[in-house]
Design a binder for this molecule. Structure first.
Ligand code: FES
Length: 323
């Protein structure tokens, strides 16, 4: 994990878009290579990269290829109908042979050790799950994938996963079979099962709600949009001491800690700026953070050792950060 306490350690790399291909309705797969054919950074299932489309347009995409193949990185991008411009740029303005900058890989969605895995994917949320399944299968674990989508033709990787893994993979195109039956999937908490979910916010919220009865830590989710209500609550003024820089700044109600750091010219990592990617994670030395991110687990938030400074604030009047 890259923390803001280690500036300069994250990989920034120029890559070549070797191939852009359609793999489902409104979904393209991008295959990225090193321009000189060198090995690309190592990664583990669940990892994502930042794609720097323009300096002001940076988006996170899960890696969906084979981590053992260091010659390429693969991502799949859904054209979002009401998106903020990233997916439209990928679909309309990127072509084979283009050069792109990437950052990362970064992983907040690691595959833990478990006897059994239940993977639940909705739509393009299948992308981080594809390499996870391969890893779980290779580990000899018992696993099952329930993959829902609007229609069969919109479900990227669906046919190949079914072909490869048979009835461990349950495809639920909504127009044929209705929505995923979460009560059936999650109605009986299991002690030894890790649940992994990625997909649209309503699916993840529904899975979270049903997993309240499951053992603590059983559920693992990956979000690329903030959880509902995550950045809510009062936005009071507070002070932040930047311990390594020896500077204290005041964060007003209308700004984030990240913005205030940028205002004074402090170099800090950031990417999504909405509490979903983990790039701006910063160690907390004193004080209690008011966590508003969608990355840290409940246990990690309660521990308060780190915080996402793009959205999270202070419970009290002062924080000391390792910046
Ligand atoms: Fe993405 Fe803060 S910049 S979590």
């Amino acid at each position: 994990m890259t923390l803001n306490t280690l500036p300069g350690t994250e990989v920034h790399l120029e890559v070549l878009l070797a191939r852009k291909e359609s793999i489902a309705d409104n979904v393209v797969r991008l295959t990225l290579r090193h321009p000189e054919g060198e090995a690309l950074p190592a990664w583990e299932p669940g990892a994502h990269i930042d794609l720097v489309l323009r300096p002001d347009l940076v988006r996170q995409y899960s890696l969906c290829g084979d981590p053992r193949d260091r010659s390429v990185l693969e991502i799949a991008v859904l054209r979002e109908r009401d998106g903020r411009g990233g997916s439209a740029f990928v679909h309309n303005e990127l072509f084979d042979g283009d050069r792109l900058r990437i950052r990362g890989p970064r992983n907040h969605f690691k595959l833990v050790d478990a006897a059994r895995y239940l993977f639940i994917a909705g739509g393009i949320g299948i992308t981080p799950i594809v390499p996870m399944i391969a890893e779980a299968d290779e580990r000899g674990a018992d696993w099952e994938l329930c993959y829902g989508g609007r229609a069969r033709s919109s479900m990227a990787f669906g046919p190949e996963l079914s072909r490869k893994y048979g009835d461990r993979v349950v495809l639920r195109p909504q127009n044929e079979a209705g929505p995923l039956d979460l009560d059936d999937l999650l109605g009986y908490p299991e002690e030894d099962t890790a649940v992994y979910c990625c997909g649209p916010e309503p699916l993840m919220a529904a899975v979270e709600q049903r997993c309240h009865a499951w053992p603590q830590g059983a559920l693992h989710v990956e979000r690329f949009a903030p959880a509902e209500g995550a950045d809510s609550g009062p936005r009071g003024r507070f002070d932040v001491e930047l311990a390594r820089s020896g500077v204290t700044v005041t964060v007003p109600p209308g700004k984030s800690i990240l913005e205030v750091c940028e205002d004074i010219g402090m170099p800090v990592f950031s990417s999504c700026r909405q509490g979903t990617c983990g790039t701006c994670e910063t160690p907390v030395l004193e004080g209690v953070p008011d966590h508003r991110d969608s990355v840290l687990t409940a246990d990690e938030q309660a521990a308060g050792d780190t915080m996402m400074i793009c959205v999270s604030r202070a419970c009290g009047k002062r924080l000391v950060l390792d910046l």
